[in-house]
Design a protein around this ligand. Structure first.
Ligand SMILES: Cc1ncc(COP(=O)(O)O)c(C=O)c1O
Length: 431
């Protein structure tokens, strides 16, 4: 079967919590969580109950009318995350699109940016989805080439470099409506910015009257050991985008949060979605947030994440030539491998071996393995994964290296069409 993806060859048949079974009954531990969409664990009973109960009552009203479920979700989201308003969408990319439109509208109405000159600044290496506006900011040539013309009105800046951002704001600040960023870059390989970066960004956005737009689609809803990853530096963005785990891996739900002075720049009739805020998705999202709170999944992600990184660092000590770095926050973690020591194997090969040992993980770029299990994962299961990685490096990798033909496997660097930098483009970003 040919498709636009490059999956690990395993077929999901059913799943529960952190476990997945294939049609033959083989059991695996999930260390991807559908790119952090399944924070609550697969098929959580409370979420399933909410889904079924709501499906039997009402699934869709469209926004032409009201329904009695979305207001409950809206109240929950605004009070939980501390914003005055929420705009519901479906997929993450739609949430990002919504935030970009909102920022442009705000830029014209509130900042008096001249017509059609609004700029959005985003970060090199970012991933915000696959729509045309969103790929127009991508540094991944595979995501952009052949899809032109891309949208104008974007500038790029290095992620984690507050000085570079300040320079752009100083030069073009009067035209800049928003700065869009991931608090931790997930697809880029779990890249954590230097301490103080988010605070510096907050200060710069306030100083230059630029909307600070946090894409928390992958990092939000408890994944990093905080409800939002921006809480790691106690900052409050002007706009927050949520997705993925808001729907607990059951139904697509995304949401854009902002205060009235920003959100009300979009007037009735100017933006919408047939399915946004539908009662079925709303019921699921309410249950998803309930589960996060009732099961203490935020704290759990923090504790388990620490435990997991300690285990992984022990593996790193044992294979210090192969594992370059272990990094992460909460249960969003990555192991970066040394390309030369792996040669001629790749992170993808390591993931294939992990699969054979019952662990499902996915590479991002040639040398990085993201490890992001559901937040209900147990200590023992984390230990199982750490041991599997150790076994793969000790027992499987030497065999692989002997078997694999020595085709040139040095990382392929390309000049990014967007920012002109050298990037490792074998991103394997399948989302
Ligand atoms: C940070 C971030 N933003 C946006 C998206 C896009 O979400 P979706 O695939 O639901 O459109 C993703 C998906 O991985 C993501 O990680």
């Amino acid at each position: 079967m040919k498709c636009s993806y490059h999956p690990i060859p395993v077929v999901f048949s059913h799943a529960k919590g952190s476990c997945i079974w294939d049609p033959e009954g083989h059991k695996y531990l999930d260390f991807l969580s559908a790119y952090s969409a399944v924070n609550q664990g697969h098929c959580h009973p409370k979420v399933m109950r909410a889904l079924v109960e709501q499906a039997e009552r009402l699934t869709l009203s469209s926004r032409a009318f009201y329904n009695d479920k979305f207001p409950v979700l809206a109240e929950r989201l605004t009070s939980l995350f501390g914003y005055e308003m929420v705009l519901p969408m479906n997929t993450g990319a739609e949430g990002v699109e919504t935030a970009l439109k909102l920022a442009r509208k705000w830029g014209y109405e509130k900042k008096n940016i001249p017509k059609d000159e609004a700029i959005i600044v985003s970060c090199c290496g970012c991933f915000h989805g696959r729509t045309l506006a969103v790929i127009s900011m991508s540094c991944d040539n595979d995501a952009t080439r052949g899809f032109g013309p891309l949208l104008p009105g974007h500038l790029k800046v290095d992620f984690g470099d507050a000085n570079a951002l300040e320079k752009i704001f100083k030069e073009k600040g009067d035209r800049i409506a928003g700065f869009l960023f991931e608090p931790i870059q997930g697809e880029a390989g779990v890249i954590i910015p230097p301490d103080g970066y988010l605070k510096a960004v907050r200060d710069l956005c306030s100083k230059h009257n630029v909307l600070m737009i946090a894409d928390e689609i992958q990092t939000g809803v408890a994944r990093t050991g905080k409800l939002l990853a921006c809480e790691w530096e106690d900052i409050r963005p002007d706009v927050v985008i949520l997705g993925k785990a808001l729907g607990a891996g059951v139904i697509p739900v995304s949401a854009v949060l902002a205060d009235k002075d920003v959100m009300l720049c979009i007037k009735p009739g100017e933006h919408g979605s047939t399915f946004g805020g539908n009662p079925l998705a709303s019921a699921v999202a309410i249950a998803s947030l309930d589960v996060i709170r009732e099961e203490g999944l935020t704290e759990r992600a923090g504790q388990m994440g620490q435990e997991f990184r300690q285990q992984l660092m022990k593996v790193q000590q044992k294979f210090s030539g192969i594992i370059k770095e272990v990094r992460g926050r909460g249960l969003l973690n990555a192991v970066e491998l040394n390309n030369k020591a792996l040669f001629p194997a790749s992170a993808y090969d390591i993931c294939l071996q992990l699969k054979d040992r019952g662990i499902l993980a996915k590479p991002t770029h040639d040398t990085i393995i993201r490890l992001a299990p559901p937040l209900c994962i147990s200590s023992d299961e984390l230990q199982t994964a750490s041991k599997a990685l150790s076994d793969v490096l000790e027992l499987d990798l030497p065999k692989l290296q002997k078997q694999k033909p020595e085709t040139d496997h040095s990382p392929v660097y390309h000049v990014c069409d967007r920012c002109g930098r050298n990037t490792n483009t074998s991103s394997d970003s399948d989302i």
